[in-house]
Ligand binder design. Structure first.
Ligand SMILES: [Cu+2]
Length: 140
C-alpha cells in the first residue's frame, strides 16, 4: 500500500519534470520584449539567463522588419558588412535563428535555446543595420 503510493508520487513528479517545458518562474525571466521600429531595435532587457528565450516581437512600424539573432563577441556596431553597409551573412557568420517579414502589429514570437554568451540582434533588410537596427544581449 505504502509502496504503491510512493511509486505514484514519483511517477507524477517525473511527469511534471519531463512534461511541458517549464511554465513556472523561469520562463518569464527569459521573455524579452522586442520593439521594432524605423530604425531602432529596443529590447526590454539586455541580460537573460540561459535556456529557452522567448522574444516577443512587436513591430511598431511603419515598415516591415525582420529579426536575426547572432551569437558573437563582436560589438553590435562591429558586425561584418558588405559595401552597402548591410551585415554580410556567410557560412562563418550566420544567424542562429531569425524571423523574416514581420508585419506591423503581427505579434510574432521567436523561441530559441540560448547558451551563455554574447549575442547581437539585428534587422538586416537593406540599410536597416546601418541606420541603427541592432542591439546587444548577454546570456548568463
Ligand atoms: Cu527593419
Amino acid at each position: 500500500m505504502r509502496t504503491t503510493a510512493a511509486v505514484l508520487v514519483v511517477v507524477v513528479a517525473m511527469a511534471v519534470v519531463v512534461g511541458c517545458g517549464s511554465p513556472g518562474s523561469g520562463e518569464s525571466s527569459r521573455a524579452v520584449d522586442v520593439g521594432l521600429s524605423d530604425f531602432v531595435i529596443d529590447l526590454s532587457k539586455d541580460l537573460v539567463s540561459r535556456g529557452e528565450v522567448t522574444f516577443d516581437l512587436d513591430n511598431k512600424g511603419p515598415s516591415v522588419h525582420e529579426f536575426l539573432v547572432f551569437k558573437t563577441d563582436l560589438a553590435p556596431s562591429d558586425l561584418p558588412t558588405d559595401g552597402e553597409g548591410d551585415v554580410l551573412e556567410s557560412d562563418t557568420f550566420a544567424p542562429i535563428d531569425e524571423v523574416e517579414d514581420i508585419k506591423v502589429g503581427s505579434g510574432d514570437k521567436l523561441e530559441v535555446e540560448l547558451g551563455a554568451g554574447n549575442y547581437v540582434v539585428i534587422c538586416n533588410l537593406p540599410g536597416r543595420y546601418r541606420q541603427g537596427m541592432r542591439a546587444g544581449l548577454t546570456v548568463s
